[in-house]
Design a protein around this ligand. Structure first.
Ligand code: AG3
Length: 274
C-alpha cells in the first residue's frame, strides 16, 4: 500500500491509502490506477482524481441528465473528454438517443478504463457509440449544426484541457449545436477553485443567451462541492418544470425528481460569484 495525495491547493489535499494497480505515461499525461478501500478503483490523470468506482455515479449522472432531460428529443449527443465512458453510459439511458460521439484526445485513457473500470466503460462498445481519438477543439470545426446536446467532460483547465474553457471554444460548441441545442460543462469547485469556476462561467456567458449553474456533492473532487454550467440559445435552461416525466423513467442513484425540481437552488455565496 502507498499513500497517494492529490494536492487540491498548496495547503490542502485528498489523501488515500491505496494499492498502485497501474502507472503509465501516455503521449499526453501520466495515467494512474489506484485501488482504495473506501472508493474502490480510482483513475488519476497527472495527479488529479478523475473518477472512482464508488462515487462516479454522482458526477456522471449530474453531468449528463439535466441537459438530456431539458432537451425534448436528444438524438445526437457529443461528449468531449470523458474517455472513461461514464457519461456515455448515462446518455444511453435516454431512449431518444440515436448516436453518441465521444471525442477523447488520449486513447490510453479509454484502454485503461476498459481494462480496469468495466462498470464505468461498459457502454463504450454500444453500437450507437462512435469513438474519435481527436482534440475536441479541432473536432468541432468539422461538425457544424449537428448535435442536440454537447457535454464537456474535461479535466481541470490546465494543460491539454485549458482551451476547452475559453470563449473561442464555446463559440465552436455553439455552432456545432443544432436548433434547440444545449451544452453542459463541468466547471470546477466554486469554493476551492473559485477563479476556474467564475472564469468558465463568464466565458460561457459571453457566448450563450441562457446560462444556469448547478451543484452536486462529489466526495473525491476538490472540496466536494462541484459545479456544472448548462447553456443554450433556444431552451430556457433554468426552467425545470419541463419534461419532468422523463426523470421518473431514468434508473439513477443520485439524480432524481426532487433534485431536478430545485436544480438551480444555489448557496448565497455562489450566487454572488456569478
Ligand atoms: N472530469 C472532471 C474531473 C475534475 C477533477 N478535478 C480534480 N480532481 N482536481 C472527470 C472525468 C470523469 N469522466
Amino acid at each position: 500500500m502507498i499513500w497517494f495525495t492529490e494536492h487540491w491547493t498548496e495547503n490542502v489535499g485528498l489523501t488515500v491509502k491505496a494499492n498502485e494497480v497501474k502507472r503509465i505515461k501516455s503521449k499526453y499525461q501520466e495515467i494512474l490506477v489506484l485501488d482504495t478501500p473506501e472508493f474502490g478503483k480510482m483513475l488519476v490523470l497527472d495527479g488529479l482524481v478523475q473518477t472512482t468506482e464508488r462515487d462516479e455515479f454522482i458526477y456522471h449522472e449530474m453531468l449528463a441528465h439535466p441537459a438530456m432531460v431539458m432537451h425534448s428529443n436528444p438524438e445526437r449527443v457529443l461528449v468531449i473528454g470523458g474517455g472513461d465512458g461514464g457519461t456515455v453510459r448515462e446518455i444511453l439511458k435516454h431512449k431518444s438517443v440515436k448516436e453518441v460521439h465521444l471525442c477523447e484526445i488520449d486513447e490510453e485513457v479509454i484502454i485503461v478504463s476498459e481494462k480496469y473500470f468495466p462498470s464505468i466503460s461498459e457502454k463504450l462498445r454500444d453500437p450507437k457509440v462512435k469513438i474519435f481519438i481527436e482534440d475536441g477543439n479541432s473536432f468541432l470545426e468539422e461538425r457544424k449544426d449537428y448535435y442536440d446536446v454537447i457535454i464537456m467532460d474535461s479535466s481541470d483547465p490546465v494543460g491539454a484541457s485549458e482551451v476547452l474553457f475559453k470563449k473561442e471554444f464555446y463559440e465552436k460548441v455553439k455552432s456545432s449545436l443544432r436548433k434547440n441545442g444545449i451544452m453542459v460543462a463541468q466547471t470546477e469547485s466554486p469554493i476551492l477553485q473559485e477563479k476556474y469556476f467564475s472564469r468558465a462561467f463568464g466565458e460561457i456567458r459571453k457566448v450563450f443567451r441562457n446560462v444556469g449553474v448547478y451543484l452536486a456533492y462529489v466526495p473525491t473532487y476538490p472540496s466536494g462541492m462541484w459545479s456544472f454550467t448548462i447553456a443554450s440559445d433556444f431552451v430556457d435552461v433554468k426552467d425545470t418544470s419541463v419534461n419532468r416525466e422523463k426523470v421518473k423513467e431514468l434508473k439513477t442513484k443520485y439524480f432524481c425528481d426532487s433534485i431536478y425540481a430545485c436544480l438551480f437552488a444555489l448557496p448565497q455565496f455562489v450566487q454572488e460569484i456569478l
